[in-house]
Design a protein around this ligand. Structure first.
Ligand SMILES: [Zn+2]
Ligand SMILES: [Zn+2]
Length: 346
């Protein structure tokens, strides 16, 4: 039996994509902290557009951790055609709170920041342009990793990312399978097929659900874009380094509702325990699939064993859907295991 999620460690929730009044978000970092704590989400990555800010003053040991990050936009081509061409957004998550070195930085691209912030910014000194092409993106991702960031591809469905570009990207750590803002504003929430496509060339790409918080709408309002997409990670505590280690080791799953309490390989079965769901799908990198479904009038599923069929090729992943249509998504599972398991690139 191989546990794919750590046992004996507490579970915590993190929102890894947040905008505050430091760019185009409606709420201050302090207001966001208060909201997320009220929802049981104790880790928030502040990822304002184009500029890094260290919000460590919000961190309270054992209560709340503010992660440092920012969102880079690649959209110069939009000047030619404002809405028909892809736009690529990357989130850069800093491995340590005081990492404030920008990559691919030019002050005039920091459209949402004050002049004082722009002038005070540090950068690695390499400017690569902001065209949404594979060469620019891959060079920027490589720079970001070298400086010390984990890089996530944001809201790929809303971005209209073509398959040719998606499969040409290298060095990403994460992929947003769910983005609350893209969902509530335009229904661009179906990223599963794009994720399966991306996994063919980047089989370790982690699966992220995140809010991309911008709005002020209160909790319970249909346009509230907070507390509706998160990752649940397993770690000894929520110290900054513990969070980053759990993320790098893929000790988490993504969700906008269901909980996964255990996930293990048992011979040729994947065993999962979870909050009540109506379906669990096992996807592979080919057409061999498997599922466990609740009957319409029967009890919901809280545990299941999904057979890994003969010759199924990895990576494998599970998708759980509850009665409200909310979902949880596992990270990719190398298969065969552990022969295909390689450590994440440092
Ligand atoms: Zn974005
Ligand atoms: Zn964003």
């Amino acid at each position: 039996m191989i546990d794919l999620l750590p046992t004996g460690l507490p579970a915590f929730k993190a929102n890894l994509h947040t905008h505050s009044t430091f760019s185009d978000g409606a709420l201050t970092p302090g207001e966001l902290k208060a909201f997320y704590l009220s929802q049981g989400i104790s880790v928030v990555a502040f990822t304002d557009h184009e500029m890094l800010h260290n919000h460590s003053e919000l961190t309270e040991p054992g209560v709340f951790t503010a992660l440092t990050g920012y969102e880079l936009g690649f959209n110069d081509v939009l000047r030619l055609d404002k809405h028909g061409l892809p736009i690529v957004h990357l989130n850069l998550l800093a491995r340590r709170p005081d990492l404030l070195t920008h990559v691919n930085f030019r002050p005039e691209w920091c459209w949402a920041s004050s002049r004082a912030h722009r002038e005070a910014a540090r950068s690695n000194g390499i400017v690569r342009g902001r065209f949404a092409d594979a060469a620019t993106l891959n060079a920027t991702i490589a720079d970001a990793r070298e400086v010390g960031f984990l890089v996530t591809l944001n809201h790929p469905a809303w971005s209209l990312i073509p398959e040719s570009l998606l499969t040409a990207l290298t060095g990403l750590w994460g992929f947003e399978i769910y983005n609350t803002s893209a969902h509530i504003n335009g229904g661009s929430n179906d990223c599963g097929q794009l994720y399966d496509t991306a996994l063919r060339t980047q089989p370790h790409l982690c699966c992220i659900a995140a809010d991309d918080t911008h709005l002020k709408a209160p909790c319970g309002h249909p346009r509230c874009d907070r507390g509706r997409g998160w990752v649940t990670f397993f770690a000894p505590d929520i110290e900054y380094a513990s969070v980053i280690t759990a993320l790098e080791q893929a000790h988490f799953y993504a969700s906008n509702g269901p909980e996964i309490t255990s996930l293990r390989i048992d011979g040729t079965f994947l065993r999962v325990t979870c909050s009540p769901v109506r379906s669990i799908y096992l996807r592979s990198s080919d057409r061999r699939v498997s599922s466990v479904l609740a009957s319409p009038s029967g009890p919901l599923i809280t545990e299941a064993a999904l057979r890994i069929k003969n010759a199924m090729t990895g990576p494998l992943r599970l998708i759980l859907t509850d009665e409200q249509g909310r979902q949880a998504w596992t990270n990719p599972i190398p298969w065969p295991y552990p022969a295909a398991a390689e450590p994440l690139p440092a």
